[in-house]
Design a protein around this ligand. Structure first.
Ligand SMILES: [Zn+2]
Length: 138
């Protein structure tokens, strides 16, 4: 067993592969979640995409300011991949913001079974100096 076992899914902030992703990571380190918006058709993406899925135009990053969402769907993971086995069972949830944008993340503080429609709050977790993730709290 490696000592460097990852406890959560997260972003390693010094491993950006494009300037666009670098900007996303730098904002995330400041606990700002960025979405992207197509410069041509206005479609928004969360997490951000650099190019629009509909028309392949360039998207621009902007801060996603909504913090509250409703549980849209979830899955309880009993049999986790090795890197997350110490966390199992855990809940991966899709939260829907009032804008309609959806985000997939772990719910880390559930004390009972999740229920579709329940309130979720966006939060951030600094796993270590170079690793950060976002998560849902209930
Ligand atoms: Zn577009």
């Amino acid at each position: 067993m490696s000592e460097e076992k990852e406890l959560y899914l997260g972003y390693t902030t010094d491993k950006a592969i494009t300037p666009f992703f670098q900007d996303f990571l730098e904002a995330l380190e400041q606990e700002k979640l960025m979405k992207s918006k197509c410069t041509k058709c206005g479609t928004e993406y969360l997490p951000p995409r650099e190019y629009c899925q509909k028309d392949l135009s360039k998207c621009e990053l902007e801060e996603h300011t909504e913090k509250e969402a409703k549980l849209y769907s979830y899955v309880i993971v009993d049999f986790a991949p090795e890197t997350l086995s110490s966390k199992a069972p855990y809940v991966v949830a899709i939260g829907e913001f009032p804008s309609g944008l959806r985000l997939t993340a772990h719910i880390t503080n559930l004390m009972s079974m999740p229920e579709v429609g329940m309130n979720l709050k966006l939060a951030f977790d600094k796993i270590d100096a170079k690793k950060i993730t976002y998560k849902w709290l209930v």
